[in-house]
Design a protein around this ligand. Structure first.
Ligand SMILES: Cc1ncc(COP(=O)(O)O)c(C=O)c1O
Length: 438
């Protein structure tokens, strides 16, 4: 591991450094097999110039504090791993691993099919009951992924005459669910409850007969910020609207008992629809919907696309999430939340002390380090890969154009040395990129 910058990156190709990916998103032409050739040429240029940070593969476990990743062009990065999502470091927990092995022995690697057609096991029932208790919400159902839980719930519940109000920075799964539902979709300014009130006033002035769903997230992971949830809930109540909160990043990892931002804001059990993912804190893929409404749950179970027409979460995934939930809700879970919070705090403070801009006002496991302009972001990401830091650059379309950033993901098991090395590499490489990218 080293923090020196090798300095032999080829940054001559202007398009590879500057052009936004969205310039290629909409294409026309009669031949679907050739009309994306310009996109491929641009991607290849980026790969050859060390300006393409995507689709790298982990040669080690993706969720150890130190790891090795390799790019398609053969660049090997070996060092602190701030690119994995295992906030409480539960993927290597003995109870979690034993649960996975036991489920494989008891139920095999696959379910019969979708939950509607025999896809559930006793483990699914136990996990739903455990989540219901942790979220203080009676009715829970599982989805094969976190993405599917947001998409499927909105797609099933909302209809053509209804209204959906989404935070402008809502996750792709929520936006796509809203678009697919056929309801009228409006976006409100990020975290702005006054804007929600204005939108709702407008909607209710002309339509009191149909449903309005307000959609937000517990923590916005690209920005590390959080809405004032209690106030938002009371605004929804005032206008006869329902609230959905996606707690993918905060459930299990934040809140005194792991109840995420709904617990932090004192409204655990009161939100109409809580959706979430297991992939950040619960050591496996999968997702869920929790709601106080029995009929909404049954309706989503029958009409929630990926829930009904896709194979169920596997027994191993279910067992892992259940075992992880056991840790999350125990005293050990509280210790692990304190540990990841401490890692995130030290990372934030160390980066800020070096003059780097760390985004967000909430200490959560994600620490976004703002770079800004696209060429600097891409150049810095090539430099850190060679310098020995595993971290992901996010740029458009995940964030706005020229708002690129490193999304550093803390884990409970990161050491002081991991943190110090990461800070040193980021500082050196971002400085170097600012000097050389243009
Ligand atoms: C807010 C939010 N919802 C849903 C998801 C999707 O979760 P998964 O990757 O487990 O499907 C993510 C992860 O990217 C997310 O950030």
């Amino acid at each position: 591991m080293t923090t020196t910058v090798p300095g032999h990156l080829d940054t001559r190709r202007t398009d590879a450094r500057k052009k936004d990916i969205m310039r290629f998103r909409t294409v026309s032409g009669p031949d679907l097999t050739t009309r994306n050739d310009a996109y491929l040429a641009w991607q290849r240029d980026r790969e050859q110039s060390d300006l393409w940070p995507y689709f790298r593969r982990y040669e080690t476990s993706a969720l150890t504090p130190r790891a090795t990743v390799v790019s398609d062009t053969g660049v090997i990065t070996r060092g602190p791993n701030f690119g994995g999502q295992d906030y409480l470091s539960l993927t290597r927990h003995p109870a979690v691993l034993e649960a996975a092995h036991q489920a494989l022995r008891d139920y095999g690697p696959l379910t019969a099919g979708s939950p509607a057609l025999g896809g559930a096991t006793p483990l699914s029932k136990a996990l739903e009951a455990g989540l219901a208790e942790a979220l203080r919400t009676e009715h829970v159902m599982l989805f094969p992924t976190g993405w599917a839980s947001g998409f499927g719930t909105i797609r099933a519940l909302m209809h053509r005459r209804d209204h959906i109000l989404l935070d402008k920075l809502s996750h792709d799964s929520l936006r796509q669910g809203a678009a697919a539902s056929g309801a009228t979709v409006e976006f409100f300014r990020h975290l702005d409850n006054d804007a929600v009130r204005r939108h709702l006033t407008g909607i209710r002035a002309t339509d009191t007969k149909n449903a309005v769903l307000v959609v937000t997230e517990g923590v916005f992971s690209m920005d590390s910020d959080t809405p004032q949830l209690a106030e938002l809930l009371s605004i929804c109540r005032e206008f006869g609207a329902q609230l959905m909160v996606d707690v993918a990043h905060d459930f299990g990892a934040m809140g005194e008992h792991g109840g995420g931002q709904p617990e932090v804001h004192g409204i655990l059990g009161q939100v109409d629809f809580v959706v979430g993912a297991f992939s950040k804190t619960f050591a496996t893929t999968g997702g869920f919907l929790a709601t106080p409404s029995a009929s909404a749950r049954e309706f989503v179970r029958m009409f929630g696309g990926p829930q009904t027409f896709s194979s169920a979460i596997t027994p191993v995934q279910t067992a892992v999430a259940l075992a992880a939930l056991g840790v999350v809700t125990s005293l050990e879970g509280a210790d692990r939340r304190a540990a990841v919070r401490s890692v995130a705090t030290r990372l934030r403070e160390g980066l800020t002390a070096r003059g780097l801009e760390v985004m967000g006002d909430v200490v959560c496991p994600v620490v976004p380090v703002l770079i800004g302009d696209t060429p600097t972001g891409r150049t810095a990401s090539g430099l850190i890969a060679r310098a020995g830091l595993v971290a992901h650059l996010v740029e458009q379309p995940a964030v706005a154009s020229d708002a690129s950033r490193f999304r550093m993901q803390a884990m409970a098991d990161h050491t002081d040395e991991d943190i110090a090395t990461a800070i040193g590499i980021l500082d050196t490489c971002i400085r170097e990129a600012r000097l050389t990218a243009h």
